[in-house]
Design a binder for this molecule. Structure first.
Ligand code: EPU
Length: 304
């Protein structure tokens, strides 16, 4: 694909959309698991050009996907045939208006939480240690320590591929569920208005510290991972089940079931995506056999 798209002059055309064309970028550099083959990438600086850019790719039959922070993503090892659309971070990612804050999807989630805290705005403290972008958090309704981002969303601006338009919506109550949202897979989150609670900075900071202490004690935060691999089944804990089967430390190639939290797979010894996928299947089979529970992945998997 790289040669083909270059043949049609895509690199030059991209500049007209305020975008940068980056051929054959290793996806291992864009995922927290540090695995994944190469893909051509378009880095967009001006969100308003997204509709034209997508239309351009669609018209030429060039498949694309939207790549966020890559922190909840497992990309297979082979080179990809689709183009990765990626938002560049900008200087005005977070803009305050009283207890409301407009945040770009490209902003780092943890940084945004801290910026809000400094303005005495709380309600997202639990999310501070969740890696990735605000856009990724919105797509998955990221949550931790009793808080999920969907709870503080007032309006959301997104590009809807189905209509080809940028829309600003008031999400309905059913839009955000446990690690799930009702948006189409090819909708692109662009920015969000969050409504936060006014609280003293010191109080917010204290809560952030407590969450960080808990996270450090129970999750392998210094290793390469994609967070929890599977969702929890209703009323249950996947980490506990995997732990009970004695699977901590299980290894396939360079991928290991974390000794700190059994629902994390870490890339400890230069793992390939294939190693991680095998380990995922092994865990899934063992859990089904032992508990009769069909685990659902929390991590997003892109095979070619
Ligand atoms: N547990 C074990 N062994 C393990 C891991 C956990 O026995 O190896 C037990 C714990 O002792 C606890 C229970 O399982 O009694 C639940 O564990 P924990 O409190 O770590 O929470 P979790 O349900 O495993 C969820 C989210 C995390 C989030 C934490 C904190 C999911 C799939 N995971 O983990 O989110 O950080 O709560 O709120 O919902 C993620 O989304 O990627 C993620 C890591």
């Amino acid at each position: 694909m790289s040669q083909l798209v270059q043949e049609i002059g895509i690199a030059k055309e991209m500049a007209a959309f305020g975008a940068e064309w980056l051929p054959a970028v290793p996806m291992s550099e864009h995922t927290s698991l540090e695995v994944g083959g190469r893909a051509d990438m378009v880095r967009v600086r001006d969100l308003r050009h997204i509709p034209e850019l997508v239309e351009y790719l669609d018209e030429r039959g060039i498949p694309w996907r939207f790549l966020g922070g890559g922190s909840n993503l497992l990309i297979s090892d082979d080179d990809r045939s689709d183009v990765m659309i990626h938002l560049a971070r900008g200087p005005s990612d977070v803009v305050f208006d009283g207890n409301r804050v407009q945040v770009s999807a490209a902003a780092n989630l943890g940084t945004a939480v801290l910026q809000c805290a400094k303005k005495n705005l709380g309600g997202m403290e639990g999310l501070v240690g969740v890696p990735g972008t605000v856009g990724g958090a919105l797509r998955m309704n990221a949550g931790a320590y009793g808080q999920q981002i969907g709870d503080v969303v007032r309006t959301l601006t997104l590009y809807r591929h189905a209509t080809g338009q940028i829309e600003t919506i008031h999400p309905e109550s059913g839009s955000f569920a446990y690690r799930h949202t009702s948006f189409a897979p090819d909708d692109i989150m662009l920015s969000v208005f969050l409504e936060l609670a006014e609280r003293p900075y010191s109080e917010i900071l204290e809560r952030i510290k407590q969450c960080n202490v808990k996270r450090r004690a129970s999750q392998p935060i210094n290793e390469k991972s994609a967070g929890c691999i599977f969702k929890n089944p209703p009323g249950g804990s996947t980490g506990k089940m995997i732990d009970e089967l004695g699977l901590k430390g299980s290894r396939v190639g360079g991928a290991v079931v974390s000794e700190r939290h059994a629902n994390f797979i870490v890339n400890r010894y230069h793992a390939k995506a294939a190693d991680i996928l095998k380990l995922i299947e092994m865990i899934r089979e063992r859990i089904l056999k032992a508990f009769g529970v069909e685990l659902e992945e929390e991590v997003i998997i892109w095979k070619n």
